[in-house]
Design a protein around this ligand. Structure first.
Ligand code: GUN
Length: 288
């Protein structure tokens, strides 16, 4: 029997726990949300993050900058937030406009406030197995595995995708001594992707390609974590589109042990983890 890994349920549970913890605090943890320009997807993500702050009793500082902001002015904004004692976490929504060097901007965020876990300092600490901020999507995957008691010790994990945000950090986290998985990371140049995927006890699909993982690419009884969020046209829906993952859910759902749906799997976990990281930043900064 296949079971669904229900990110909505797990994220609701985690958010409820965070809300209760924040209620006990005298000061609200504060997340600064920096949005540059008017990319519709970014606006939608940022508004969900702010709404979740409000639901859980966090405060948020909104910094909305014009598409044409200079790199130097954006750096000044970040440096002000770094210095501001009332700000616990800083999130710069990506992607940034093309005239801005994203790596340069991310590097300016104080590691202690880098709740996305994107700075080189936090990524370095993550690889070394040191205290850090774990990026929200990989952290959400670990939380799902823990909630469903999916053991990774000695298991073969195949990660499809090598992004800085998901593939690289999740591979590193799972290979560490507390998780003990044997990890293979595939990319677009992998010679025989099907052969690699068929080896997986746990398959993590994070390649950003709709339904790239087909029914015959996963072994019976595997666990599948689908990180993909791809919009496809669907005239049967009023809004004209629907979301699909990086896996062919219908082809996999009856042969695997467990699978995350899209939507409702990894997606809802990401914001819950951002809130958790913001609370951790708040506590660490105050020595709590
Ligand atoms: N753009 C897409 N995903 C993310 C994320 O997790 N954090 C930030 N800052 N920007 C994103």
């Amino acid at each position: 029997m296949t079971y669904k890994i229900d990110g909505k349920e797990v994220s609701s549970y985690i958010k409820e726990c965070l809300k209760k913890e924040v209620q006990k605090l005298d000061i609200k943890p504060c997340l600064a949300v920096v949005l540059v320009g008017s990319n519709p997807a970014s606006i939608s993500y940022v508004s969900s993050k702010k709404k979740t702050c409000e639901e859980l009793g966090f405060s948020h500082r909104d910094i909305d900058l014009d598409e044409t902001v200079s790199q130097d002015d954006l750096i000044s904004v970040i440096e002000d937030l770094n210095r501001d004692d009332n700000v616990d976490g800083i999130l710069v929504q990506l992607p940034l406009p093309r005239h801005i060097d994203s790596d340069m901007i991310i590097k300016k965020i104080l590691p202690e406030k880098d709740v996305d876990g994107f700075t080189p300092i936090n990524m370095g600490r993550l690889v070394l197995g040191q205290e850090c901020f774990i990026p929200c999507t990989p952290k959400g995957i670990l939380a799902l595995l823990d909630y469903y008691k999916i053991d990774t010790d000695g298991k073969k994990v195949v990660v499809v995708g090598r992004s800085n945000i998901v593939g690289k950090p999740i591979a590193n986290l799972l290979m560490q001594k507390d998780r003990n998985a044997t990890v293979t990371v595939c990319n677009t140049h992998t010679k025989d992707l099907k052969k690699e995927c068929l080896e997986a006890d746990i398959l993590i699909a994070a390649c950003g390609q709709r339904e790239a993982i087909k029914g015959d690419m996963v072994k019976d009884g595997a666990v599948v974590i689908d990180v993909g969020i791809n919009r496809v046209d669907d005239p049967s829906r009023e809004r004209g589109w629907r979301l699909v993952g990086d896996c062919d859910y219908n082809a996999l759902k009856d042969k695997v042990t467990a699978i995350t749906p899209v939507p409702g799997g990894v997606g809802p976990m990401t914001i819950a983890m951002l809130m958790e990281n913001t609370l951790i930043a708040f506590k660490r900064r105050r020595g709590l």
